[in-house]
Design a protein around this ligand. Structure first.
Ligand code: CP
Length: 306
């Protein structure tokens, strides 16, 4: 049994499938009048967020509360971090308060790993810098399984700002583990050659239009302007023309293929509003599945057999 969830590489196919199976059971709780299980009663889950988040923070909070855990939300903004308190001292403070699990989002890659040295409980990586976002990959693969019936054998195109994307890295790793074929697509400035060697089966393409007819899943990535300290493409209009998913490109995808996006979206930059809102898009479903998958992760790390 795993204690921490720091990287999608921590997950073998059996564990990832177990999380998907538990998430499918957890999803039934959402349909009940009383959306609560007693599994984590008396346990404390701390959400420690040093970076902005809408989906991940709220879904971890809902997930922990549905399992009856006590939840503490800690945001760096408005805390003693702004007075210069270090991550280590913050971790010790949380440890003194009896945190059983710490869900951490941090702008520094590797911060969740450091945290495991300073707290006794489980650490769940909710996104660290440009490194990883493993629960996002779990909810994305869960969504693929729900929509397509399987993950193994799927052709998945991950498109856009791969360079800055922890979502791309975690998905590439987990999709490989689960037997899907991944192609990274984007301008050469945003699809670094080093990414191509992340897994043996990873493909790289700079021609979005040639990839579309063969894709079962097209996963669009947000252009992360806040992490860009140089000009990676001439203009947003030029980027959209080459790598934006508009209605014409949607029509070139196979009829069964789905469109994904982890959010938040830049409508009109990487995806057209009508594509984001189309029945082929799983964007809202991904958010709902995020709660079930995070319930499954908390259950496995804190609940089952501990
Ligand atoms: N997908 C994702 O991580 O969204 P948030 O930044 O809103 O958590």
């Amino acid at each position: 049994m795993i204690k921490h969830l720091l990287s999608a590489a921590d997950l073998d196919a059996v564990t990832a499938t177990q999380i998907h199976d538990i998430a499918a059971e957890m999803a039934t709780v959402a349909g009940r009048e009383v959306k609560k299980l007693p599994t984590l009663r008396g346990r404390t889950v701390v959400n420690l967020f040093y970076e902005d988040s809408t989906r991940t923070r709220t879904s971890f909070e809902v997930a922990a509360k549905r399992l009856s855990a006590d939840v503490v939300n800690f945001s760096a903004k408005g805390s003693s971090v702004e007075k210069g308190e270090s991550l280590k001292d913050t971790a010790w403070t949380l440890q003194a308060m009896g945190a059983d699990a710490v869900v951490i989002r941090h702008p520094a890659s590797g911060a969740p790993h450091r945290l495991t040295h300073w707290v006794h409980g489980s650490v769940l990586n909710a996104g660290d810098g440009t490194h990883e976002h493993p629960t996002q990959a779990l909810l994305d693969t869960y969504t693929m399984r729900s929509r397509m019936g399987k993950v193994e054998g799927l052709n998945v195109a991950i498109v856009g700002d791969v360079l800055h994307s922890r979502v791309a890295r975690s998905n590439a790793l987990l999709l490989h583990t689960l037997g899907a074929k991944v192609t990274l697509v984007g301008p050469p400035t945003l699809v670094p050659p080093a990414f191509g060697s992340l897994t043996p089966s990873l493909g790289v393409s700079y021609d979005f239009d040639s990839v579309l007819p063969h894709a079962d899943v097209v996963m669009m990535l947000r252009v992360q302007k806040e992490r860009m300290n140089a000009a990676f493409f001439p203009s947003s209009q030029e980027y959209y023309k080459r790598y934006g998913l508009d209605s014409a490109r949607l029509r070139r995808m196979p009829d069964h293929a789905i469109v994904m996006h982890p959010g938040p979206m830049n409508r009109g930059v990487e995806i057209a509003p009508e594509v984001a809102d189309s029945p082929r898009s799983t964007i809202v479903e991904q958010v709902a599945n995020g709660v079930s998958v995070r319930m499954a992760c908390l259950y496995l790390l804190l609940g089952a057999g501990r």
